[in-house]
Ligand binder design. Structure first.
Ligand code: BGP
Length: 487
């Protein structure tokens, strides 16, 4: 079978600093918002909305606890100290791209300093050199649920426009430092997350705001401005290096063929997805958002020059995360299911993960065609993966056929999208090594092809083990998809 994947196609994996590195205060790093995300042993995986909300009381608890047991992102999987061994394993799988974030608080611990923290800069020099020495292009995310906590507690997070300048100081510092080491820049991970997890997205503490929805959209506008300024700065400091925009892709289908359900799907698509990619790729707020805002009494404050800034600085490529799909219904009827960042209608035609996320490989092909038809920009799947409970057998094996099947089915659909003419340039599996869950701070929600011996409370040897999926994925990536069908 001739593979549909071009020789330039980038295969690899994605992590985020706050979910893997640990070393939460090492070498001058400051507190980030992920360091106050508690693991709740009693959490109900079907009711995660409450988990996502950050309150003053939860913040106070986190400040009072200087341990790491119930704040798993403080220790991660100790990637900070073990990254060379982990990158060896990724190289063995044939990765040609490695996506990670640069933790803002390693570079500017509080976020408002004038000068950067050299020890933090030196760490990413070592990490990026190690990845490149192993044949991987570095795909660097600059904002991934890890803004400085001081900017939240003392400035009000992204709702305060002053944070835009602090962020651009961080961006300029890392552009200058890593100009020759980074192949793809991504200023914001899932810029649409702000309306589904406002603390991760814009640093919003819910009981500080009379109108948190209004506040979140104001924070998003400031991120659009920051994104456009980061693009403009890239043309000066790292010319020729692509800068992308990313959303969490909430693929949705109408509950029935009733026109009202189809209209609901269209509006969900507009409000949850296209609003953000339209601004980043077309450079303007789409007209349909005027009605959305006015019907909800939302007034986004824009400064003189913002419209021109957005129009003149649009992304070079679009990235998105894709895990699952959901269902839209006009009456908001039918059974619900938990999904990435949101709760949506359950699709009776699809299986679910143990966390309720509906597994939909064909939806990936559909999403790729939809996004490419709309923008004709190169596309990059920056996250795709299956979180599951893995079991280690007595002889130390992990037989994760379910993960092999998830990867295989989605890779097949990527190949179909390429045959459809979609300009898909790369794919990074989310969590190639087991890391801490973003939404629940669980360790037991495992995505990796590499198992890490650690439980939800941080107990374990941190030993790394190759799962069955490690070998299958290695064969697919090193053959550039030729051996995709083999099972
Ligand atoms: C995305 C985040 C990632 C990742 C993923 C899986 O929204 O960008 O950080 O964690 O979700 O979510 P979780 O880890 O909660 O299973």
């Amino acid at each position: 079978m001739t593979t549909p994947f071009p020789p330039t196609f980038l295969w690899g994996g994605a992590i985020a600093a706050n979910q893997a590195e640990g070393a939460w205060l090492a070498d001058g790093k400051g507190w980030s918002i992920s360091d106050v995300r508690r693991y709740n042993a009693g959490l109900d995986r079907k009711k995660l909305d409450a988990e996502r909300v950050m309150t003053e009381a939860k913040l106070a608890d986190a400040h009072a606890d200087d341990g790491t047991r119930f704040y798993p992102k403080r220790h991660g999987i100790d990637f900070y100290h073990q990254f060379t061994d982990d990158l060896d394993l990724m190289q063995e799988m044939g990765f040609s791209v490695f996506r990670t974030s640069i933790a803002w608080t390693r570079i500017f611990p509080r976020g408002d300093e004038a000068e950067p923290n050299e020890a933090g800069l030196a760490y990413y020099d070592r990490l990026f050199d190690a990845a490149r020495e192993r044949g991987m292009t570095v795909f660097a995310t600059l904002h991934h649920n890890e803004m400085p906590l001081a900017l939240v507690e003392e400035y009000g997070g992204w709702i305060n426009r002053q944070v835009v300048d602090f962020y651009l100081r961080f961006v300029e510092t890392v552009y200058r430092r890593y100009a020759d080491q980074v192949g793809y820049w991504l200023p914001f991970n899932e810029i649409n997350a702000a309306n589904f997890n406002p603390f991760h997205g814009v640093g919003l503490v819910i009981d500080r705001w009379d109108n948190p929805v209004q506040a979140a959209y104001q924070g998003v506008h400031h991120q659009f401005v920051a994104n456009a300024r980061a693009i403009r700065l890239a043309r000066q400091l790292v010319p020729g290096t692509p800068v992308g925009g990313m959303i969490a892709r909430f693929t949705t289908y109408p509950a029935t063929c009733r026109p009202e359900d189809v209209l609901q799907m269209t509006q969900d698509d507009q409000y949850n997805n296209f609003f953000y990619t339209d601004v980043m790729a077309r450079g303007t707020y789409p007209a349909y958002m005027n009605r959305f805002f006015s019907e909800r009494g939302i007034e986004v404050e824009m400064a003189d020059g913002d419209a021109e800034l957005l129009k003149e600085n649009v992304v070079d490529f679009l990235a998105f995360s894709y895990y699952m799909s959901i269902v839209s219904s006009a009456e908001d009827a039918g059974e619900k299911t938990n999904a990435n960042l949101i709760t949506g209608g359950r699709n009776p035609h699809l299986p679910s993960s143990e966390w309720g996320w509906q597994i939909d490989p064909v939806g990936l092909r559909y999403s790729l065609n939809q996004l490419y038809d709309r923008y004709q920009l190169p596309l990059f799947i920056a996250e795709n993966g299956l979180g599951a409970m893995d079991e280690v057998t007595a002889d130390g094996k992990i037989h994760d056929d379910y993960r092999i099947d998830y990867f295989r089915q989605h890779a097949i659909q990527m190949g179909e999208a390429l045959r459809d003419g979609v300009d898909l340039i790369g794919y990074t599996w989310w969590g190639p090594i087991d890391i801490i869950s973003a939404g629940t701070s669980e360790m037991s929600k495992r995505y990796g092809f590499i198992h890490v011996d650690q439980d939800d409370l941080g107990e374990g040897s941190l030993t790394r083990r190759r799962k069955d999926s490690f070998f299958y994925v290695r064969d697919v990536m090193t053959s550039n998809g030729e051996r995709l069908e083999a099972r």
